[in-house]
Design a protein around this ligand. Structure first.
Ligand code: NAP
Ligand code: F7E
Length: 347
């Protein structure tokens, strides 16, 4: 019998890669999409075209406990991946209440559905936790044992879901697991996250479609991996004998400024940095300012540095990241250049 997976957040970056991954493993993949006024299935349309016998999309919303319950009941999946979230940290300061509804209570809606439907011994559950829970880091690098200090409504909401998942595991013996994933990117990354904003922005400047890119804190440091590698870890977490929690990271850290330099080099753009702090700017070969910073992109409280230690995942899951940050940047740039040059929307 083919295994059935249910993915909340299938239309997002990770959801689309996870669906492809599970279909290759011969799963039947069910995903939840939201109703929106314009199409929001760009990232999975190609999957539907290629695999429509084993790929199913259902309307639903994580904030609507009845729809969550209904989907879990009709599908009765073997594995549920909760990847759905209002996932933008800066936006979470603007809509904290909504963010908590989706990112905190949404997880609880799934856990309760599994329990109340009596599926607690059948279903394995994965919760998409985040390095943002470490926030103002209390030690570096961060491991599964590092205490949390979230710095945004997003981070706080994810801490709630992390502990709820552990609580359901301990209280009801559910196979419920947390991944604590550090930043992961790809050509399918949302356009307002910093890596994609940089690859699109510099590609547009290179093609003469834009003059300048405006960013926030370019000194923030992140541990960036590739989403393709990270969805494999999500699956591996649910294939273990015992439910557990895992940090998924590369163990390498770069600043936003360093990422810009990688992208500029890959695009053969010679840039020179001048100035300090908020006034630091990047100039092109003709001395035009092409990157500057603006406080409007600063967060009310920033997470300055994140660096993960994936030793436990390497040892128990036998997982390791395969794609380096330069390879990641290269793939993102090539994709953006293709989209911009041909006005090609396929990702
Ligand atoms: P993403 O691209 O922003 O995708 C989020 C997904 O959640 C989308 O499919 C979105 O649907 C869906 N969603 C949002 N609100 C929903 C709701 N109320 N009901 C149902 N679905 C809803 O995020 P991602 O980068 O793939 O990340 C996947 C998960 O991992 C998220 O939970 C994120 O918080 C977490 N995470 C991400 C990273 C990272 O670096 N990418 C790191 C750690 C953890 P629409 O397409 O309709 O908006
Ligand atoms: O910011 C700085 C910004 O928005 C990274 C989400 O997937 O990863 C992501 O959250 C850094 C921050 O990602 C701009 O201040 C500078 O320090 O790409 P980001 P994030 O906040 O780390 C975690 C693990 C998640 O779980 C989240 O869901 O870059 N930065 N200038 C900027 N950031 C943005 N977005 N835009 C700028 O112009």
């Amino acid at each position: 019998m083919m295994k059935k997976a249910l993915i909340f957040g299938i239309t997002g970056q990770d959801g689309s890669y996870l669906a492809e991954f599970l279909l290759k493993k011969k799963y039947k993949v069910h995903g939840v999409k939201r109703k929106s006024s314009s199409l929001n299935t760009d990232r999975v349309d190609h999957i539907y075209e290629e695999n429509n016998k084993n790929f199913f999309l259902h309307y639903g919303d994580l904030t609507d406990a009845i729809s969550v319950n209904r989907l879990v009941n009709i599908i009765k999946p073997d594995e549920i991946y909760n990847l759905a979230a209002q996932s933008h940290v800066a936006v979470s300061f603007v809509i904290p209440n909504y963010t908590a509804n989706v990112d905190a209570l949404g997880c609880l809606n799934i856990l309760e559905a599994i329990k109340s439907l009596g599926l607690d011994k059948k279903v394995k559950f994965y919760q998409a936790g985040t390095s943002e829970m470490f926030g103002k880091v209390l030690e570096s690098p961060q491991t599964e044992k590092t205490p949390f200090y979230p710095r945004s409504p997003y981070g706080v909401s994810k801490v709630f879901s992390h502990w709820m998942t552990i609580n359901y595991r301990e209280s009801y013996k559910m196979f419920a697991c947390n991944g604590i994933l550090f930043n992961h990117e790809s050509p399918r990354r949302g356009e307002t996250f910093v890596t994609r904003k940089i690859t699109i922005g510099l590609a547009k400047i290179k093609l003469g479609l834009q003059k300048k890119l405006i960013l926030g804190n370019i000194y923030a440091k992140r541990d960036w991996g590739h989403a393709k590698d990270y969805v494999e870890a999500q699956w591996l977490i649910l294939q273990q004998k015992k439910p557990d929690d895992f940090v998924i990271a590369t163990g390498k850290q770069y600043s936003v400024k360093h990422f810009i330099n990688i992208v500029a080099k890959e695009l053969n753009m010679k840039i020179t940095w001048r100035g300090k702090g908020i006034n630091e700017k990047a100039y092109d070969a003709n001395n035009n300012i092409i990157i500057e910073c603006n406080r409007k992109y600063f967060r009310p409280s920033e997470v300055q540095t994140l660096l993960g230690n994936p030793t436990k995942a390497k040892k128990i899951l036998k997982w390791k990241p395969k794609i380096s940050v330069s390879e990641l940047a290269k793939e993102m740039i090539q994709n953006d250049l293709r989209i911009l040059s041909h006005n090609d929307k396929k990702k």
